[in-house]
Design a protein around this ligand. Sequence first.
Ligand SMILES: N[C@@H](CCC(=O)NCCCC(=O)O)C(=O)O
Length: 254
Amino acid sequence: MGTHFRPLIGVTADTTIDGLHRVHQAGEKYLSSVVHGANAIPVIIPSLPAPLDSQHILSQLDGLLVTGGYSNIEPWRYSGAPAGPGAHEDPQRDNTTLQLIPDAIELGIPLLGICRGFQEMNVAFGGTLHQKLHDVGQYIEHREDKTAPLDTQYGPAHSITIEAGGLLSSITSSSTQMVNSVHMQGINRLGDGLNIEARAPDGLIEAISVQDSKSFALAVQWHPEYKVAENDFSMTIYQAFAEACRSRHYARKS
Ligand SMILES: N[C@@H](CCC(=O)NCCCC(=O)O)C(=O)O
């Protein structure tokens, strides 16, 4: 199948307040990664208070990128204890992504989830999260040093071991890789119908896929979008995603 065609990939949006106005935004590194990693065209999907009809949106797309974001999923969505005052949450994003994810899986739309998007995929399948990995006791430090330069924050932080026989192992020849680490939360109980694709040295789940998915459906706790073209492993992931998006495009148009 030719690689010249550029599929249309929906990119989820965070909401934030700018002055007195709520705005919807997707980080440039996510948008650029769609262009340079997947040779595709990014389209931002807003997280409106009354979410748009996700099945209608998805029917016009070839893929879905569920981005990372600094906010946390509201804990009630996975029966977690309230996070307490000052918690950074984005309920409009939760409402949108937690509908888009199952709908994309049902419709066979290729999906790549990153960091918050990885956590959302787990919650969308009924899984739970640790709200503060650093308080659990068994985990290494998964947070970035916010005072460090960006290239350090998103630089290699720890290894992952890729599970044999899974989606990730089918696209890469090495069973270990180095990844960055920019998160405080992580998977506690795995959602039903998800496969573990990779783990950190402390056992934390770092990548998941959907069992018996009709199409590519992978989510990772790290950030392959960051300077995607400079990292072979990141490019491998994006190119596998892109190939699934191109297949979806031709199926959609036939
Ligand atoms: N809030 C969650 C999610 C972490 C996450 O997605 N970080 C990304 C930071 C910004 C970005 O690179 O887009 C957690 O801390 O676990």
